[in-house]
Design a protein around this ligand. Structure first.
Ligand SMILES: [Zn+2]
Length: 214
């Protein structure tokens, strides 16, 4: 089984071993590694792209705990340098981390975060009310509170117990999560809350990233 180094490391490049590479039905190849830095699609976060040797990594999926890299070339077993595309990773990491901060702000005022989409252009966190009749928050409230957490430059903390990684920043609650996370809440810049809608018992908060500081 692939060792999932993306859970414990922010590194984007290393040397590791291809253990299998087999054709799929679409004329591409399913390549597995001894260890990987590539984050697979999951938990609302898109997959990383990049390369294994000279092969492009076009998609990464978790299948029965195995990380499958979809590559455009078949790779004989052996050692390769692997490299995750830094720009796409940074974008995904910031989007995913912003989702955590929005969830934390909603939960502080009595809403339970139940799901999220962290795809660029589709950022959204969905909550249910923690008690009957609580009023949905205003856009500007969430915007202000989330960006306060950003400005506080809270440091990431992670704990791995019994193979489960829990993550937080500063004193925020711990979440069990397999995504990639900014090392400090102000890493890359702030968050812009788009709109807040309450419909059919669910509160939906959309968001995007503020332009990174120059
Ligand atoms: Zn996460």
């Amino acid at each position: 089984m692939t060792s999932k180094l993306y859970l414990e490391s922010d590194n984007l490049r290393m040397t590791t071993t291809v253990i299998s590479s087999t054709p799929d039905e679409d004329g591409r190849f399913r390549t597995c590694l001894a260890e990987t830095l590539f984050h697979p699609q999951g938990g609302g976060q898109p997959y990383d792209v990049g390369r294994i040797g000279t092969a492009s990594v076009l998609g990464v999926f978790l299948e029965n705990e195995e990380v499958v890299h979809i590559t455009d070339q078949q790779l004989p077993c052996g050692e390769y340098e692997i490299e995750v595309d830094a720009d796409k990773r940074q974008l995904n990491t910031r989007m995913h981390s912003a989702g955590h901060l929005i969830a934390a702000v909603g939960e502080q005022i009595g809403w339970n975060a139940i799901k999220g989409n962290h795809r660029p252009g589709e950022g959204r966190i969905v909550f249910t009310p923690g008690s009957e009749g609580i009023a949905p928050p205003e856009v500007h409230y969430i915007n202000e509170e989330v960006n306060k957490l950003v400005a506080q430059a809270l440091l990431r903390e992670q704990h791995i117990t019994d193979g489960i990684r829990r993550i937080t920043w500063g004193e925020l609650p711990l979440y069990a999560c397999g995504g990639t996370h900014v090392p400090r809440t102000d890493w890359g810049g702030g968050v812009v809350i788009g709109n807040v809608k309450f419909r059919k018992g669910q509160l939906s908060v959309s968001y995007e990233l503020a332009q990174p500081a120059a």
